[in-house]
Design a protein around this ligand. Sequence first.
Ligand SMILES: Cc1ncc(COP(=O)(O)O)c(C=O)c1O
Length: 377
Amino acid sequence: MSEPRIPFNRPALAGRELEYISDAITRGHLSGDGHYSRACHSVLEEILPGSRVLLTTSCTHALELAALLLRINPGDEVIVPSFTFVSTINAFVLRGARPVFVDVRRDTLNMDERQLTQRISGRTRAIVPVHYAGVGCEMDEILRIARDAGAAVIEDNAHGLFGTYRGRPLGTMGQMATLSFHETKNLSCGEGGALVINDADLVGRAEILREKGTNRSRFFRGEIDRYSWVDLGSSYLPSDLLAAYLFGQLEAREKIQARRREIWERYATELADWAARLGAGLPTVPAHCGHPYHLFYLMLPDLERRQALIRHLDERGIHAVFHYLPLHLSEMGRQFGGRKGDCPVSEDVSDRLLRLPFYYDLSESNQQRVIEALRRF
Ligand SMILES: Cc1ncc(COP(=O)(O)O)c(C=O)c1O
């Protein structure tokens, strides 16, 4: 009999998520900003000291909120790495911004800060570093360049809750940051995210934009006696049912992180010799970065071997996936002038990267199956 397939990802059920969902229903407040949303806000604010956190329906929506808060207008330029998920830039393009793509570093696959200065122009409004795999970008340099250019820094921290850069939590350094609680992330509620605000002046307007352009949050706090339409906005609040699931995950965060650390370290240790023989790379984590064990990737020597390895694993019931296709070469990226050769490292690593199955309840025996299958390649 063949063994069950090992998926790439499985959402975690690690604590009291189901109990809290049931409690949220009993409480009779299923829309946004109920008991569990407030509970998530306070735990996230403990994890990110000094930041104000607002749950959103996704990291994509948190990025859209950030773009609205920055009053991004047509013609403004926003600098992003080419090697990232589409939402990192789409949120700004929705406001009319022109994307400016910068290449990534070969070691961490993060925005190459050494190439930023040449991408800055009089129209640069924001720089959006992505902490790839939750490994911190070179924030000291990025913040300095942004300050000199008068541009905002928005950390796309979809991967990096619990990561640190020179002792500082990822998400607390830019003017704003965004989090994802999509089911592939360390902590999830299916679809969800958060906007992290590190500039107190933006908090009031963020509440308004997130609540359909109304001052309803102030009304609910009893600060005004009616609420009305006061600004742009949309509906970015997740249901309290989702927040209840997320709160269960936040409460179980130490257990989840400990397990993910074990899985990450087992891959790194057990695959080191095999990877060296094959000429494949494993993730690089600089000494000044603490990473949250978000994903584990291999960097194969070339596209042919990456594709052959995907097939080899698939034949053995193991699902491994790749990402990202360089944004400057996408259909949209090309419309903004992207050409082959603009970001050579992104183009190269996109062909060679492979992500291994990695989730909270990946059992030791199943992980060993993945490791053995790799060794037989
Ligand atoms: C770097 C990055 N930013 C943003 C997102 C969007 O996250 P969400 O699915 O929560 O909208 C993702 C999704 O995986 C991502 O990898």
